[in-house]
Ligand binder design. Structure first.
Ligand SMILES: C[S@@+](CC[C@H](N)C(=O)[O-])C[C@H]1O[C@@H](n2cnc3c(N)ncnc32)[C@H](O)[C@@H]1O
Length: 357
């Protein structure tokens, strides 16, 4: 090996960067502790509190709470007043960590990260063998984290921004449409659509039976089970019943055969029907995505752990990845037989694409 003269200043900067990244991971774990014990909700309700007061209101032990608060203050999530010895959760932090149906809610990303850590062993093995990792093999924190992190975005944007941006879809949903959602997971977007469009009928398909069980329960709890069915099915096996709309929420790039699945969906659509993809927001080429997409670092991590492996576990194994970009998605949809492909909306982490024949 050739000896390389190191720029020690740059080494220091990289070391500092890694300390920052590790601090982020450790803080994710601390956020989950606060979330599970209701510490953020209590801080939001109480205003300025001493550790003892927070421990009393949450039924927890003061010594642990004091240490947790110190860490949260060290990373700037709560403020500390040395004179009164109290800690305060600013309303802006509450919007992100204490209120789960806030459009800014982000705790789900920490839950997803917990799942990634638990899946390090199988991923290391998959790197060695090149084998795929089916979605259902992941730690359940991955499923919970997916629902919770995407949920904030779906609640904030799906009905109010994305549906109106789709050509002709809102009118069909208002009048009474038949909608299929493929790769539905825990089914949250379908339930939100069913609540907003009571004349329409929905069916969610997913090959992961435990997710379908949860989705059915969620539909019952939301009071929409009369109009929403969830069925275990493969993306190229569900009944082709003439749907007005077929959606894939963060699922299309996960499929082994996106071209075949797109073509299958094309045959399952009624004349004039729309395919709707909600995909990870990404630029078309790696260099631009690295330079311009603030969610690329998390997107590539989730893609390495989850999306690439699931696709490789299925026939064809295209492995588009979660950061495929619009140009690549358009190519896939055109190969699947769609000629009218439009990018209709964006959120911080998503882009929405409508395809018609
Ligand atoms: C990232 S999750 C998205 C779940 C949900 N749509 C959401 O946005 O929260 C991807 C889902 O696609 C499902 N999936 C993967 N491959 C599939 C296939 N070939 N057929 C049907 N579902 C599939 C997985 O089981 C998983 O539930």
């Amino acid at each position: 090996m050739t000896a390389v003269e190191l720029d020690l200043e740059k080494v220091g900067a990289v070391a500092q960067q890694v300390v920052g990244l590790a601090t982020g991971a450790a803080t994710s774990a601390m956020i989950l502790v606060g979330d599970r014990l209701g510490l953020y909700a209590a801080l939001a309700a109480e205003g300025a509190v001493t550790p003892q007061r927070l421990a009393d209101t949450t039924g927890t032990a003061e010594r642990y709470v004091r240490e947790w608060l110190a860490q949260q203050a060290a990373v700037g999530l709560v403020t500390y007043d040395p004179e009164s010895g109290t800690f305060t959760l600013p309303p802006e932090t509450a919007a992100v960590l204490a209120i789960d149906d806030s459009p800014a809610a982000m705790t789900g990303m920490c839950v997803l990260t917990e799942g990634l850590f638990r899946d390090i062993g199988p991923l290391v093995e998959a790197f060695r063998t090149g084998q795929g990792i089916p979605w259902g093999d992941h730690d359940p924190a991955v499923f919970r984290g997916t629902e919770r992190s995407f949920g904030a975005m779906y609640r904030a944007s799906l009905v109010s921004e994305w549906v109106p941006a789709l050509d002709g879809v809102a009118e069909k949903l208002e009048a009474g449409a038949l909608v299929a959602d493929v790769g539905t997971g825990y089914g949250l977007p379908v339930i939100l659509l069913a609540q907003a469009f009571p004349r329409s009928q929905f069916v969610g398909y997913d090959l992961h039976a435990p997710s379908i069980e949860v989705a059915r329960q969620r539909a019952k709890e939301a009071g929409v089970a009369d109009r929403v069915r969830f069925e275990v099915n493969y993306c190229q096996g569900y009944p082709q019943e003439g749907y007005d709309v077929i959606t894939f929420f963060d699922a299309f790039h996960d499929l082994g055969d996106p071209v075949g699945s797109g073509a299958y969906a094309r045959h399952a659509l009624a004349p004039g029907g729309s395919l709707v993809l909600v995909e990870g927001r990404a630029e078309d080429d790696l260099a631009t995505n690295l330079a311009e997409n603030p969610v690329a670092p998390f997107g590539y991590a989730a893609s390495t752990f989850l999306c690439v492996g699931n696709s490789l576990s299925q026939p064809v194994g295209t492995a588009l990845g979660a950061q495929a970009g619009l140009k690549r998605l358009r190519e896939v949809l055109e190969q699947a037989g769609f000629s009218d492909v439009r990018h209709v909306a964006d959120s911080m982490i998503n882009m929405v694409v409508q395809a018609r024949v």
